[in-house]
Design a protein around this ligand. Structure first.
Ligand code: CLR
Length: 423
């Protein structure tokens, strides 16, 4: 078999495997919430936060009206909004061009942070979430594996790629800004159509809320990002510029793809809230301007990523992608694990605008978590994640969370009535 033919048959086998999880998702994605607009009371962030300087977010009790009806688990799945870029990458025969699109994917998740100055719900220990997209051919799973510090381990897969890592965010309120620093490494295995498999890794940049004191809080994302192809030695360096005094620096991202000798191949530039472009610049780095009709030419920039529009009529400033996440169609309800975050009554109440009930339910589920912890401690036991286990990465040597596919095997048996989740 030639490399490309082998790659194709492996792709088909993986597609069949993933299709086993489509059951329950026949109704398609949700387009709207019950509410058209949210009426969360407008309270001053600074008024509440000013006494909490130096604290991290896990140590703060905030009114539920500061929440959005998402979970931190959902904020990780939101990385999946632009997975089409990974499919494009897999079709490219030049590895540096693949890296351009993989880096575009790594940068694409920040567009969803615009307008979202709100706290996602904290997942309980052992809380899970599954998200399957028959229309796009991927499945995603995440489990909250530790509570202090809060860490979610995730694994997503598609015929041409697997994406996994841990979401572990360190937060601190400085007064002037509230900083969120993601610590975990993200891994991508890409299976190009031309054959073979490549490993890419990167870490996420810092997210921060600025403008709290002046009463105009907004989310910024800044810092360096290094997307590395371990298979070829090529690297993409991106720099997310912090929002400064000049409006022109807002949302800016710029960078370059270098080969394994460190020579530049592509320059990248644009705005993470809107569009990102690349330009072929062999041997030199250059600024990247959007292409214009006036100066057509081979060295023009081309579009690698564009943010999806934000239609009106969606409350909480959610993206259309985020709207799909907490949906629980009747056909899906009996198939998800009992630990699935879609079943949390507090998040459901929040989504429906029942803020007081959301607060009561949030207290109740968190009390339940404390009681389970006390019972565990009394038995002298430690929590063990059900679906992931710590391992050492065979290529990078780092510790990571190994997903053993068991979740999808059990789910398939549940769907066929051969077992129940509690076994
Ligand atoms: C950033 C990308 C990471 C996952 C992640 C985890 C925590 C998120 C953060 C992202 C974005 C900013 C965030 C943060 C938790 C709280 C914070 C949503 C998605 C908001 C903006 C804080 C609001 C301020 C409160 C005091 C109301 O992969």
């Amino acid at each position: 078999l030639g490399a490309a033919a082998k790659a194709n048959s492996e792709e088909d086998a993986k597609a069949l495997e993933i299709a086993k999880s489509y059951k329950g998702y026949e109704d398609g994605i949700r387009k709207r919430l019950k509410l058209d607009a949210d009426n969360r009371p407008k309270v001053s962030l600074w008024g509440i936060l000013k006494s909490m300087i130096g604290k991290d977010m896990t140590k703060m009790t905030l009114p539920v009206s500061f929440n959005e009806p998402t979970s931190l688990l959902y904020r990780v799945v939101e990385d999946m909004e632009y997975t089409d870029l990974l499919n494009v990458a897999a079709e490219r025969t030049d590895s540096t061009e693949r890296l351009v699109y993989v880096a575009g994917f790594a940068a694409s998740e920040y567009a969803s942070t615009i307008g979202r100055v709100a706290k996602p719900f904290n997942p309980l220990l052992g809380e899970t979430y599954e998200y399957v997209r028959p229309d796009l051919g991927y499945r995603f799973f995440i489990e909250q594996v530790t509570h202090h510090p809060p860490i979610g381990a995730a694994y997503a897969e598609s015929p041409r790629w697997d994406y996994y890592g841990e979401s572990a965010v360190k937060s601190k309120f400085y007064g002037k800004s509230f900083e969120f620093n993601p610590l975990g490494t993200w891994f991508l295995h890409l299976r190009p159509a031309s054959g073979g498999e490549e490993l890419y890794t990167w870490k996420k940049v810092t997210s921060s809320v600025v403008g709290i004191i002046t009463g105009n809080p907004t989310v910024d994302n800044y810092g360096p990002m290094e997307v590395k192809n371990w298979t070829t030695g090529e690297v993409c360096y991106l720099d997310f510029k912090a929002k400064g005094w000049k409006a022109s620096s807002a949302y800016q991202v710029a960078g370059r793809v270098v080969d394994k000798q460190g020579r530049t191949r592509w320059s990248i530039g644009g705005r993470w809230n809107d569009k990102i472009y690349a330009r072929f610049t062999p041997g030199y780095e250059a600024s990247v301007e959007p292409p214009t009709a006036e100066k057509p030419g081979k060295d023009q920039a081309f579009l690698i990523w564009e943010a999806h529009p934000r239609p009106t009529g969606i409350p909480f400033n959610l993206t259309p992608f985020a709207v799909t996440l907490n949906a629980i169609p009747d056909r899906l309800r009996p198939l998800v694990a009992p630990t699935d975050t879609r079943l949390r009554p507090d998040q459901r109440a929040m989504e429906e605008g029942e803020y007081d009930f959301a607060a009561v339910e949030k207290n109740r589920v968190e009390e339940g978590q404390r009681a389970r912890r006390r019972a565990r401690e009394a038995r002298g036991e430690e929590f063990v994640p059900r679906w992931f286990r710590k391992a050492r990465h065979p290529v990078t040597g780092e510790e990571y969370w190994d997903f053993r596919q068991e979740y999808w095997r059990v789910r398939e048996e549940v769907a066929e009535g051969r077992t129940t989740w509690d076994q």
